[in-house]
Design a protein around this ligand. Structure first.
Ligand SMILES: [Fe+2]
Length: 251
């Protein structure tokens, strides 16, 4: 397996990983303007990008996913709940769906809470073993924090859903599983994020204060001090729903 984590604009973390042996790669949460970097890194690894995935329709940055997918001839995947919402064709991803890239296996987990369409990607490398190795957590679980629940409205309901998601779908995963989030410190998608870009399920269970709360305390804490909405949020969401990428023309 090869694996790249890219720290990019708006404290976003993007990912490119895949199977070198079978020469296939998957790109996750690509930021507009970064398409050339992904294409070049895949080429450097000798791989073809077959899947481009966004963990949700982003509100804080223009997605480069649709443009990268068009450039390299890959499928562009989003959670299936976005059907009827997007202005262009995409590959609908479902909870429990398995994506194969050579020896790299990706299981889609629907993790609503930050947004209704949020997904996490559980990844295993059959060359290393049968067990999952890491999970890409998008804006559901960060290092030292969790995703903000208000961007889709109904913040208390969404916060309660995020608590269910975290406890029923992520914290039951093995303690040694690595987590790779969608942001680090400086992001508008959550509060209290660490500047460290990776962790493990076990470390977060022990030291992430949000994960020790019962549902009521979690909802109260998460909705008590909501950070300002991301700059240009409405325009960004609108562009991401249409699949246009203003940053694609940037250097
Ligand atoms: Fe987000």
């Amino acid at each position: 397996m090869f694996f790249r984590q890219r720290s990019t604009a708006n404290a976003t973390l993007s990912y490119l990983f895949g199977c070198a042996g079978h020469q296939v790669a998957i790109a996750v949460d690509v930021v507009a303007g970064d398409e050339a970097w992904f294409a070049a890194e895949a080429e450097r690894a000798g791989a073809r990008i077959t899947q481009v995935i966004d963990t949700h329709v982003h509100a804080d940055h223009y997605s480069g996913g649709p443009e990268l997918a068009r450039r390299v001839g890959a499928a562009y995947g989003l959670h299936a709940s976005n059907r009827g919402r997007m202005a262009f064709a995409f590959t609908p991803l479902h909870d429990g769906q398995r994506i194969t890239a050579g020896n790299v296996i990706v299981d889609v987990i629907h993790t609503p809470g930050h947004t209704p369409d949020s997904i996490c990607l559980l990844v295993r490398d059959l060359r290393r073993g049968d067990e999952p190795w890491f999970v890409i957590t998008g804006d559901t679980l960060f290092v030292g924090a969790v995703g903000r629940p208000d961007l889709a409205g109904r913040e208390r309901e969404m916060a309660a859903q995020l608590h269910d998601t975290l406890h029923q779908k992520l914290l039951c995963l093995p303690a040694e599983l690595e987590i790779y989030p969608g942001h680090q410190a400086g992001s508008a998608c959550g509060a209290g994020l660490s500047g460290k870009p990776a962790s493990t399920i076990g470390f977060e269970k022990r030291f992430n204060a949000m994960l020790a709360m019962d549902k009521q305390a979690f909802v109260d804490a998460l909705t008590a001090e909501i950070p300002p909405a991301p700059t240009d949020m409405a325009a960004i969401i609108e562009a991401n729903l249409r699949g246009v990428t203003p940053g694609a023309t940037q250097a």
